[in-house]
Ligand binder design. Sequence first.
Ligand code: CAA
Length: 260
Amino acid sequence: MTFENLLYECHDGIATVTVNRPKALNALNQATLKELLCLFAEIRDDDSVKIVILTGAGEKAFVAGADIAEMQSIDAATGRQFALLGHQLAATIETLPKPVIAAVNGFALGGGCELALCCDIRLASETARFGQPEVNLGVIPGFGGTQRLPRLIGKGRACELLMTGDMIDASEAHRIGLVNKVLPAEDLLAAATKMATKIASKGPVAVSLVKSALHDGLESDLARACAHEADLFGLCFATADQKEGMLAFLEKRPAKFEGK
Ligand code: CAA
């Protein structure tokens, strides 16, 4: 499938999805959200993809938010539908049974910050800028920012960002736990690929179950979440990957995982 607003490539099990509207700083209009939904559905079903890197085209922006030009004249019902589309995309990424690394290469504002928030790991270039500036426009975040931001960085810090609309730089984002690592811009994609390669070399079923246990568990109480972890731990022992991983350890050789 070809996309108007996305670039896609996949090598050695690592897929790279690039939001490609550089003239609008990769802003998310409805068409781009729908393309992302379509592409992530394909990625989910493509056994050759083990892990995804999500980034933005050009040097300036990851994604500078939802498309303000498109939103400017919509009514309340359309606004709600637009938010639901963004939520559908965030949930699709969050429940994708493969890890997603956001390589944040510039502005990650509004819907762009929210897109990074639903990824599993966030790497940022030194030039990245983060913020939820929706209040400057007379709206609130619509793609989950009021929920995922406090869950990641805590309520007080999230309130400050959400209520002031302030932009923060990559080092501040790192300090408050919004990003995992900050890298020189020219090293960002190589670092994301290096991390993706390392994760792709692990037992794919186990990596997928880590994602599921973590995300589902954080939305549940501790006892229920630990019970779910025990179920998934048990499930691992029905996989070929567990047999191979443990046998390889005992035979002092690298494991050859099949993802089964
Ligand atoms: N939507 C549509 N177009 C956008 C955009 C957006 N979110 N962000 C930037 N652009 C466009 C600009 O209109 C401009 O287009 P033209 O060249 O045709 O005029 C082009 O991208 C370049 O932008 P600037 O000239 O503004 O570049 P700059 O370097 O001066 O500023 C910026 C960069 C600080 C990121 C600034 O563009 C900006 O503030 N953008 C808006 C950020 C924002 O408010 N995002 C939140 C949107 S609301 C939202 O996301 C709701 C939600 O949660 C779902």
